[in-house]
Ligand binder design. Sequence first.
Ligand SMILES: [Zn+2]
Length: 207
Amino acid sequence: MEKIPPEIFLEICIHLYVKDLYTLTLVCKLYRKILWTKAVSIQKVWTCSRVLSFDPILPYPSLPPSKFMSEQEYIWFTLLADKCSICKIKIEKKDLFGCRYWEFSRFCCKECIERKTVSISYIKMTMPNLPKELLECLPYHKRDEKLYWSDDLHSIKTKYYSFENKQERDNWVKEKKEEVNEFMDEIYKYKWQDQYVYFFPYAFNVN
Ligand SMILES: [Zn+2]
């Protein structure tokens, strides 16, 4: 690396497919450090690589990253992740779309989703006194009913009860609610993008 000027290194990177670019991050600590930074120039390298890697029939993911993710995180989440982030089990290609939980920013298998989330009815039954506004401060996945990531629920509950001053807590709740509403609105288009790709082009290939 000492022998390659940075601008030449980046020029080379721009012409790599995402899988090759990711492999390059594994070569040495220096490459990893450079390629995982959030500097605009590095984000652009990954964007070029993502566009270069598009399947011409199925350009996925064609949306730019959400404001809640860097380009690297987005590429990882949509194109590279193939193991459950919790139990590390390998996910079969045909099941990848169903394991991407935008609401939780996590990629996980069906077993881990069952283990790591709690449903709204379970919450009502086990925590009848939980303030309703607290749940509005958390993203949720909608299946038959709303599912919440239990660790996130636990941490937000701890935070909620840590305020000594009601006004401060109310301000925090207000901010959290706004943040969650914005997040849920933002991820809606990414969930739609996944569904579109999953239900249309792949559907034609089903024998
Ligand atoms: Zn798992």
